[in-house]
Design a protein around this ligand. Sequence first.
Ligand code: PLP
Length: 375
Amino acid sequence: MEFIPYGKQWISEDDIEAVVETMRSDYLTTGPKVQAFEKSIAEYCGAQYAVAVSSGTAALHLASLALLEEGDKVLTTPNSFLATSNALLYAKAQPIFVDIAPEGNIDLDLCEEALKKDPTIKAIYPVAFSGRMLDQERLAYLREKYAVKILEDCAHAIGAEAEGIKAASCVNSDCSILSFHPVKHMTTGEGGAVTTNDPDLYRQIMLLRNHGMFKSSKMKPWEYEMHTLGFNYRITDMQCALGLSQLKKLDRFIRRRVALAKNYDTAFSDTVAKPLYLYDGRSSYHLYVVRVDFEQTKISKEELFVAARERGIGLQLHYIPINKQPYYRSLGYGEEPTPVMDRYYRESFSLPIYPKLTDDQQRYVIETILDLLDG
Ligand SMILES: Cc1ncc(COP(=O)(O)O)c(C=O)c1O
């Protein structure tokens, strides 16, 4: 049987044709596919603007530069990919790591405690972890009451919806970011986007994406002005052609992810492998995480990973607490009181979930994991 990783893309002939057609066109970058992709992403998420960039990390970087000032204190989660808090460091802001709630997202009650204690905190960077929507009512309340800026990292959550609000629609945040890395719901190879409803933020991020260069119809044809120190974080037309083609299939991909999640929910009920949360309509399931109390099993977590790999299954761990990474420790982080995250880290791992995973493959994953945990 072919190896089953925790996530992978689904590329079909129509995707390949879309890319090839663009390669034969006049524009390989900064062309019509980029604009069309941005329009479609904004429409899909229900935000006014989208800026497509070369990665989710680039999206985080530019949004942070546009949103924050040097030295700003920002609440964020240890349960994310490194990029979320790294972006704060790029912008010379100061991450403050807050513990998570049991379902994996940042604990917004603890965020409120931190905001009460320290009114100089300027922003919150929550992550819609695994694809599960953040509590929008709480975000709205914190944003209003404490006048904090909010960036929602929706790299896991495109297509998720709760209380009639879509992920990355920025109803209760200043901006959101998306990632189109191949393990995500849809891919452009590498790629990402910032979504926002704020025209000033949009203009700033557009400027920062392309060296801070400004042009207008009032200028002479050859003129351009540099208004800020920007970057080359442009995405290509080939990538956006792939993105547009994938976007057509996104809802189908998500329906399959949800169906797989529901199968896992059923299969693991009353077993030692406890789903991080059961399906409740709030997640688009980039990840499916289970928790095991390894003190009650004969096999250790490390042994489980090795044994699963030997049987052709790639488990993954999302995530090692960012604040405990050697680099963050070198900056003085790592000893924050995060008991929920610490326990989560000991117990959790991610199972394969991607639209191309067949029912047979999923049954094999379930049987193998339960067998290994039982043995
Ligand atoms: C939560 C989160 N934020 C940001 C990123 C960065 O996205 P990219 O890999 O497209 O740079 C990732 C990527 O895995 C992620 O999982």
